[in-house]
Structures are given as structure tokens and as C-alpha cells.
Design a protein around this ligand. Structure first.
Ligand SMILES: Nc1ncnc2c1ncn2[C@@H]1O[C@H](COP(=O)(O)OP(=O)(O)OP(=O)(O)O)[C@@H](O)[C@H]1O
Length: 606
């Protein structure tokens, strides 16, 4: 117990430490082995800047020579060529620098996405389920993409735009320190306006992001729910919601821009006005003889080139702010608490029995399982039955390790599942949920997901045994038919049979089957029961049954009521006890009788 507490504390400290890391720190973590490329990019950019500044020195020298009456035109031509060579070198170095930073950036983006995908497979299912489907996708795709330009350009260009004015300023100091300082007078005022623009930046940007998120979620919901929207004639309402979300997003952005407009314009007007200070002061110094006219000309030329790069640098603060917010969203995902599992198994399960001991579980703060205990012996068939909402699927998901118990324990072959690595555990369990999600890929690949590396022959063999070969062959492209997102092109029963084939191919020793009652027409029920019987020979099967007749042969039936085990035993034992199970059985039989009578009536009428 103490060990677990220590592990958890260790994780939280690590997560906290990670959360406190700066945006640049995170970027360097994501860059990994490509960090060196960013360093090369900055170094090359710096050399490029020096190459860009040298022509100014040459120009200064040329002006001096001109004023002093030097008429050696060949020397001027040579100086011009040297200047051109340095400018060309600057352009080439700039392009090398940005190529390096782009390479590193594409690696960072790929790494970011890989880490997020990997993380989502290790966090409790609830973290993913509790978010609208568009949100995570939006962070992983669009928002991650949007930092590409900033990341690829900011390091080399920031270096260039800071270093160049610094070098120019140092050169100006050597010409006339008073004029060098005077040329910067407008800068503090401009910075003041700029910082006024940045007041409430984070809050405003978060607001815009929240509105964009809503717009995105509304669009995803509109597409996902299009069937219900059409069936209930809600197209206009849903469309209106989308339009409202779009309008609110735009209004929020416009309002923010309106607030920024005045300080931004003032800043942009004031900062470049160096001439307003340089010209009168320079003129004064020339008149009183403390500044040579040739130096005055040089100062005027240099002061123009001094401010522009600083303005460009300031425009990055906006991009950097956005990038910081997006990296924040990404790291929020990456620092999520993971399922508490070791990298390697700490013990070896003795068999494939499943034991739940005093399991408590809550969705957020609402406890839905209140001390569930059950023993399922290795190789046996156990059924969970009970009213809707009693907690059957939750128990299945806890056994499948999609969530962690809040209290109590689940053991496999005597070993707490929190002592088993997630990878190893997943190999031991095949879970067929009610959702039966099929990927937008061919049926063959959807089945092969059960065991990547299985041959086409093995895929077809397992499809035959799970009763789906015939209907697959009836499809236009057979096994190469694309199942569509969520398996949209197939019926519910067909999807479930493919999901069973996938689980069968996995050949895991423990099988959890959450029966979806909706697809249980008599024909489907028979096919699925037969395929399940083949699937589970010699395995531990835990089945959640909505039709009691499908599980009356189970070795042990657990009746779940209000998050507790109400009773347990064989079908006969439970009927003899006369509790909830016998009531459910009686109700089930009466429904069956009515259905049989209806069918008979139908036949008589025919
Ligand atoms: N992701 C979730 N977030 C919050 N509450 C949930 C979530 N999933 C289930 N619940 C709640 O937990 C309780 C148990 O749900 P569960 O799905 O385990 O019941 P069930 O017995 O499997 O129901 P059914 O037979 O209808 O599938 C229900 O009250 C349900 O509303």
C-alpha cells in the first residue's frame, strides 16, 4: 500500500515539475535528438546577421572616402562587390538556417502527435470520453499544425532580428554614443503602447480558443448526429447552433482586435519615428561642431535599420503567446495521470481466474459501484445480468482495465491487475464492447487488428468461424470492403460479428463480451451464440447478457443491482432463491411467449 502511495506521489511530483516547464523547455523536450538542428539554425542565423551588418561598415567607409574626396572608382566598385557578396551570403545562410529549423520543427510536430496518441492509450478511458470528440482531435491536428510557422521561423528570425540591431547599435556607439542613445528614445514609448496591447492577452486568447472549440465541437456533433438531426427534423435548430457558435467566435475575435487597435497603431507609429529625435539633435551637434557631418549621415542611415528588426521581433510576441497557449493544451494532455501500471509485470498470474474484491468506482464524484466482489474461476463462463444502469458495463470496463478502481482490487490469477503491465494485460484480455467500433479501413484490416501479423488465410478462417464469412463475401468487394467510420456501412449485427472475429483472432485467454441487445434478433442471436461458444473454448468468458436465455447455461450468474452483487449462482440456484433473477426470468419468458404468440398469429393470418 505504502509502495503505491509512493509511486503516486512520485508521479504527481513529476507531472507538476513537467507542468512548470517553460514553453521553450517543452519544445526542446519534443525536439529530442533534433535539438542540435535548432542550435545549428541559431548559429547559422547569427553568422548571417554578421554578414548582413558588414555591408553597413563598408558603406560607412565609402561615405568617409567620398567626403574626403577619394575618387578611386575602382576601389568603390570593389567595395560594392564585397557588400553584394556579404548580402548574398546572408541570404544563403538565412535559407540554411530556416531549412534546419523547419526540419527540427516537423520532427517536433510529429513527436508531439506521437506522444499525445501514446498518452491517450495510457490514460483512463474517462479522460477521452469526457471530452467532446472534436476537442482532442482539434488539439492533435489543427492546433498543433498552427504552431509550425512560429516554431520554424521564430528561432532563426528572432536571433537575426535581435542580434542585428544590437550589432548596429554597438557600431553607432563607436561613431557617437550620444546619437546612438538618442536614436532609441522612441523605443520605450513604443514598448509602453505595445505592453498596453498585451494586457489581458492570455485571457483574450483563451476566450477566442474556447469559442473556436465550441464551433469545432458543434460542427463535429452536427456531422456525427446527422441521422438523429434528420430523423427528428432538427436540421434548422442544429444549423442555427452552428451559425450562433460561428458568430460568437467572430464577435469575440473582433472585440479583442478592437481593443488592441489603438495601442497597436500608436506603437507602430511612434517606434519608427527615430528621425524625429535623430534629425534635430544631430543637426544641433553638427552646428556646434561636436558631430562630423559624415558621421551624422551614417547615424541617419543606421538608425533607420535599427528599429525595423525590433518591430519584427515584437510581432513575434503575439505568435509566441499563441504558441505558449497551444503548448499548454498539449502538455495538459501529456501530464494527465495515467493508469497506475508498471512497465513490466511484477508477478505472474497463476491462471486466468478473475477476482473482484470490494470494488468501488465513481464517475467523477458519483459512485456507481459500491463494494462489488465476485470470483470467476479460470476457464469458466460467468454472466452479469441486472437492470439497465445497474453497473454491468462499468464492471466489464474495469476488468478490461479501461479505468482504475477507486477502492478494492481486481486480480487475475491471484495478481492485482495494477501489478501487470498494460501491454501484457491487453494481451490477456479480449474485450468486445457494445460500441463495436470499426476503423475506416477494409474489413480484412479491421479483423486483423486482433492480431497484427495474422495472414489473410487466418483472417478468413476466423471470419468463417465467427459466422461473418458469408455476409462479407456478399459485399461488393468482399474482405476489401471499407467498413467506414464506426463501421457505418454495416448493420449492427454484422459489426458485432466482425468485432467477435477480431477478438477471436486475438486468442486471449480471458474474453469479455458486452452484448448489445439491440442487435439480438433471433437469427443474429443464434449465429453470435454459436460463434461465441467456439471463441471461448477453454477460456474464461465474462458475458453481459440482456437476454437471460443466452446465459442460462453459464457456470455462474451474477445479478447486479444498484452497483452491488444482489445474488450469484447457477440459473437453477438463482431461480430457487426467488429474488430479482427469478422476476427478470419470468418477465423474459413472458416477453418470449408474447413474441411466439405474435409469430404464430402472423403465420395463421398468412
Ligand atoms: N462515462 C460515464 N460517465 C458518467 N456516468 C456514467 C458513465 N458511464 C456510465 N455511467 C453511469 O454509471 C451507471 C452504470 O452504468 P453502466 O453502463 O455500467 O450500466 P449497465 O448495467 O451496463 O447498463 P446497460 O444494461 O443499460 O448497458 C449508470 O447510472 C450510468 O448512467
Amino acid at each position: 500500500m505504502r509502495r503505491k502511495v509512493r509511486i503516486k506521489e512520485g508521479f504527481h511530483l513529476e507531472a507538476k515539475r513537467k507542468k512548470e516547464r517553460s514553453t521553450l523547455g517543452w519544445v526542446m523536450t519534443f525536439a529530442g535528438t533534433h535539438r542540435g538542428l535548432y542550435a545549428v539554425s541559431v548559429a547559422v542565423a547569427a553568422v548571417g546577421v554578421v554578414c548582413g551588418v558588414i555591408p553597413y561598415l563598408i558603406m560607412g567607409d565609402m561615405i568617409h572616402r567620398l567626403v574626403e574626396g577619394d575618387r578611386n572608382w575602382q576601389a568603390y566598385l570593389a567595395s560594392g562587390l564585397v557588400m553584394a557578396a556579404f548580402w548574398t551570403a546572408r541570404v544563403i545562410l538565412h535559407s540554411i538556417s530556416t531549412t534546419c529549423s523547419h526540419k527540427a520543427t516537423f520532427h517536433v510536430l510529429a513527436q508531439l502527435r506521437r506522444m499525445m496518441c501514446d498518452k491517450l492509450s495510457r490514460v483512463p478511458l474517462g479522460y477521452v470520453k469526457d471530452r467532446p470528440s472534436g476537442t482532442l482531435k482539434n488539439i492533435m491536428m489543427e492546433r498543433t499544425d498552427s504552431i509550425e510557422t512560429t516554431l520554424a521561423h521564430v528561432l532563426p528570425e528572432f536571433t537575426g532580428n535581435i542580434l542585428a540591431p544590437v550589432l548596429v547599435f554597438l557600431y553607432m556607439l563607436t561613431i557617437d554614443w550620444r546619437m546612438a542613445l538618442i536614436s532609441l528614445i522612441t523605443l520605450p514609448l513604443g514598448l509602453l503602447f505595445y505592453s498596453m496591447m498585451m494586457i489581458g492577452y492570455e485571457e483574450n486568447y483563451k476566450n477566442v480558443l474556447a469559442k473556436t472549440k465550441t464551433l469545432n465541437d458543434t460542427a463535429v456533433e452536427y456531422i456525427n448526429g446527422i441521422e438523429v438531426i434528420k430523423a427528428f427534423g432538427k436540421a434548422k435548430t442544429s444549423y442555427d447552433r452552428f451559425v450562433t457558435a460561428a458568430k460568437e467566435g467572430a464577435a469575440c475575435y473582433v472585440e479583442w482586435m478592437r481593443k488592441c487597435n489603438i495601442p497597436f497603431s500608436l506603437g507602430m507609429v511612434v517606434i519608427p519615428c527615430t528621425a524625429l529625435t535623430v534629425l534635430p539633435f544631430g543637426g544641433l551637434f553638427v552646428r556646434n561642431g561636436s558631430l562630423a557631418p559624415v558621421d551624422f549621415i551614417m547615424i541617419i542611415l543606421l538608425s533607420v535599420g535599427l528599429i525595423q528588426p525590433l518591430i519584427t521581433c515584437m510581432s513575434y510576441t503575439d505568435d509566441l503567446g499563441k504558441m505558449g497557449t497551444i503548448i499548454g493544451e498539449v502538455t495538459e494532455i501529456l501530464t494527465q495521470e495515467e493508469l497506475d501500471r508498471p512497465k513490466k509485470d511484477r508477478a505472474r498470474p497463476s491462471d486466468h481466474s478473475v477476482t473482484l474484491e470490494n470494488v468501488h468506482f465513481a464517475y467523477h464524484d458519483r459512485e456507481v459501484l459500491h463494494g462489488v466482489s465476485m470470483e470467476i474461476s479460470s476457464g469458466s463462463v460467468a454472466a452479469l445480468v441486472g437492470p439497465s444502469g445497474s453497473g454491468k458495463s462499468t464492471i466489464a470496463k474495469l476488468i478490461a482495465s479501461l479505468w482504475d478502481v477507486k477502492e478494492g482490487s481486481i486480480r487475475i490469477g491471484g495478481v492485482d491487475i495494477r501489478d501487470l503491465s498494460l501491454e501484457e494485460y491487453n494481451r490477456r484480455i479480449a474485450y468486445v464492447s457494445q460500441d463495436n467500433y470499426l476503423f475506416d479501413d477494409t474489413i480484412r484490416e479491421n479483423i486483423r487488428m486482433g492480431r497484427p501479423g495474422a495472414t489473410d488465410g487466418e483472417v478468413e478462417e476466423v471470419a468463417r468461424r465467427s459466422g461473418c464469412h458469408d455476409f462479407i463475401m456478399g459485399l461488393e468487394k468482399g474482405y476489401d470492403t471499407v467498413a467506414g467510420g464506426s463501421g457505418g456501412h454495416l448493420s449492427g449485427g454484422e459489426r458485432q460479428r466482425i468485432a467477435i472475429a477480431r477478438a477471436m483472432l486475438k486468442d486471449a485467454p480471458i474474453v469479455i463480451l458486452d452484448e448489445a441487445s439491440a442487435y439480438m434478433d433471433p437469427e443474429n442471436e443464434a449465429v453470435i451464440q454459436a460463434s461465441v461458444a467456439r471463441l471461448v473454448q477453454g477460456k474464461t468468458l465474462i458475458v453481459i447478457a440482456h437476454r437471460l436465455s443466452t446465459v442460462s447455461d453459464a457456470d455462474r450468474i451474477f445479478v447486479i443491482r444498484d452497483g452491488r452483487v444482489d445474488a450469484a449462482g447457477t440459473h437453477g440456484e438463482l431461480l430457487a432463491q426467488g429474488g430479482l433473477y427469478s422476476q427478470m426470468w419470468a418477465a423474459h419468458m413472458s416477453v418470449k411467449d408474447q413474441a411466439a404468440k405474435k409469430e404464430e398469429g402472423g403465420e395463421l393470418h398468412a
